[in-house]
Design a protein around this ligand. Structure first.
Ligand code: GLN
Length: 451
C-alpha cells in the first residue's frame, strides 16, 4: 500500500531519491514467512520506513543529496541500518535532503527540491525534508532523520509531524555520513509521539563502533510515551526564544500550548539564557569548521565521482576538478568558511571563541535544568516558506534554526510535535520540548500529554 501511495504521488512530492521496490517487497515477504513459521519477530516487524540518504546501506545508493556521491553503493550498513533490519523494519527507500545535511529547506539537494505535502509550492524544511514529507504525505509511517542544528525538528514542525533529536551519543553515528561530528545526531521521525518512541527504542543504544556513543541503556521512552503527563512538572519558557522574526500565528499557537500545559498541571517558569543569543553565530563557525575537515575525504580517489582523470592530470588537479563539479554552492561556502575559521592566526578569534560560547550555552542549560524539568519553545520562528524565497539568502535561511541550535551545541535532547495550524496561512506550527541529556523520556512524557 505504501509503495502504491509512493507511485501515486511521489512524482509531485519528491520525498525519495531512491525507492527500493524489490528490496522492500522481499523484506515484507520475509517477515510474513517468519510469522507463518512461528519464528520470533522483531519489534517493528513489517512496518515500512523512509531512510534519510545519509545512512549507509549496502543494497542501495547513498548520495547524501550530493553529486559527488552519485551512484555510490556503500560496502557496509550503518549501525542504525543494521538495527532497523534486525527489528524487521521494511526499508522503502532513501529520502531527499539538503546536500551533506546543510540547509533548512531541502533546496540544497543536488537532485532537486522536495515539496511540502501541505502546499507543494512551499519547503518541507531541511535538511531532512524528504523524511518529513514522506510522513506528511502518508508515503511512510516511520522515517529517520539527522539533526546537526535542527534538521529533524524543523522539518517536523513545518510538515505537522513528530521529530526527535536524541541526546548526543544516544544513537550511533557509525555509517552516518559526517557533517559536523560533535553536533550530528540521528533520530526518529513519525506522525505520533508513541510511534517515534517505538522507533527511538529500536535505533538507540551503545555502539562500540562509535567512540562518542553513550554506554548506557536507552531512556524509557516507550513507557513515557504511554503514560503522558505533566502533572507537577516544572516547564521553562526561555526569554530568548521570542521577539523579532517570530510569526504571529506561531506565537499564538505556542502561547496556547503553554496554557494547555498549565491546565494539565504544569508550573511555568520564566528563564533567562543570555548565551542563546550567540548560539547561531557559534554554530556557523563550529559546524563549517568540522565540515571543512570531514569533507576532505571526498578527494575523488576513494568514492563516488571522479572528473578529469584522463591520464595527463595530477591527483591534485583531478581532486580539484571533481570538487568543483561535485559540490554545490552551500557546501563550498561552508568548506571555505570553515577552512578560514580554522586557519592559523584566526583559530583563536573564531573557532576558539565559538567553543567558549558553546560552554556558556551548556552552562545556561545546566542552570535552567536546576529550575525546570523541561523547556518549551516554538520549534522554528515561521511556518513553511515558499520554495525559492530564501534560496539566495543564506542568512535568512540560517534563522530557521534559531530555537533548535542551542540543544545541538549542548548535546541534550529535544522533540518537535504539532501544536495546531497558524491562523494566517493554515500551515502547521511545531512545539519544541527540550530535556537534559539522557532524559529523553521526559520529551515523550510531555509530548504524549499535549499531543
Ligand atoms: N540548517 C542547519 C544547517 O544548515 C542545520 C542542518 C542540520 O541539522 N543538519 O547547518
Amino acid at each position: 500500500a505504501h509503495l502504491a501511495r509512493i507511485d501515486a504521488i511521489d512524482e509531485k512530492v519528491h520525498a525519495f531519491l531512491h525507492i527500493d521496490r524489490d528490496g522492500a517487497l522481499a523484506q515484507a515477504r520475509a517477515v510474513d514467512a517468519k510469522r507463518e513459521a512461528g519464528e520470533k519477530l522483531g519489534p517493528l516487524a513489517g512496518v515500512p520506513l523512509a531512510l534519510k540518504d545519509i545512512f549507509t546501506t549496502r543494497d542501495m545508493p547513498t548520495t547524501v543529496g550530493s553529486k559527488i556521491l552519485e551512484g555510490w553503493v556503500p560496502p557496509y550498513d550503518a549501525t542504525l541500518t543494521k538495527k532497523l533490519r534486525a527489528a524487521d523494519v521494511v526499508i522503502l527507500g532513501k529520502t531527499n535532503m539538503d546536500e551533506f545535511a546543510m540547509g533548512s529547506s531541502t533546496e540544497n539537494s543536488a537532485y532537486g527540491p522536495t515539496g511540502n505535502p501541505w502546499d507543494l509550492t512551499r519547503i518541507p524544511g531541511g535538511s531532512g525534508g524528504g523524511s518529513s514529507a514522506a510522513l506528511a504525505s502518508f508515503e511512510a509511517p516511520l522515517a529517520i532523520g539527522t539533526d546537526t542544528g535542527g534538521s529533524i525538528r524543523q522539518p517536523a514542525a513545518v510538515t505537522g509531524t513528530v521529530g526527535v533529536k536524541p541526546t548526543y551519543g544516544g544513537v550511533s553515528r557509525y555509517g552516518m555520513v559526517a557533517f559536523s561530528s560533535s553536533l550530528d545526531q540521528g533520530g526518529p521521525c513519525a506522525r505520533t509521539v508513541l510511534d517515534a518512541a517505538l522507533l527511538h527504542e529500536v535505533i538507540g543504544g551503545h555502539d562500540p563502533l562509535d567512540s562518542t556513543s553513550i554506554d548506557a541503556p536507552v531512556p524509557p521512552v516507550v513507557e513515557a510515551a504511554r503514560s503522558g503527563s505533566v502533572q507537577g512538572m516544572r516547564v521553562g519558557v526561555v526569554k530568548q526564544f521570542a521577539g523579532e522574526g517570530y510569526q504571529a500565528g506561531v506565537v499564538q499557537r505556542f502561547n496556547e500550548s503553554v496554557e494547555l500545559l498549565k491546565s494539565l498541571g504544569a508550573t511555568i517558569v520564566e528563564l533567562d539564557c543570555p548565551s542563546f543569543d550567540l548560539a547561531l553565530s557559534a554554530y556557523y563557525l563550529i559546524a563549517p569548521s568540522e565540515c571543512s575537515s570531514n569533507l576532505a575525504r571526498f578527494d575523488a580517489m576513494r568514492y563516488g565521482l571522479r572528473v578529469g582523470d584522463d591520464g595527463t592530470r595530477s591527483a591534485e588537479d583531478v581532486t580539484a576538478l571533481t570538487r568543483e563539479a561535485g559540490f554545490g554552492d552551500e557546501v563550498k561556502r561552508r568548506i571555505i568558511l570553515g577552512t578560514y575559521a580554522l586557519s592559523s592566526g584566526y583559530y583563536d578569534a573564531y573557532y576558539g571563541s565559538a567553543q567558549k560560547v558553546r560552554t556558556l550555552i551548556t552552562q545556561d542549560f545546566e542552570k535552567a535544568f536546576e529550575q525546570v524539568d523541561v523547556i518549551v519553545s516554538p520549534t522554528t520562528p515561521t511556518t513553511a516558506f515558499p520554495i525559492g524565497e530564501r534560496a539566495d539568502d543564506p542568512m535568512a535561511m540560517y534563522l530557521a534554526d534559531l530555537c533548535t541550535i542551542p540543544t545541538n551545541l549542548a548535546g541534550n535532547s529535544a522533540m518537535s510535535l504539532p501544536c495546531g495550524l497558524a491562523p494566517e496561512d493554515g500551515l502547521p506550527v511545531g512545539l519544541q520540548i527540550i530535556a537534559p541529556a539522557m532524559k529523553d523520556d521526559r520529551l515523550y512524557k510531555v509530548g504524549a500529554a499535549v499531543e
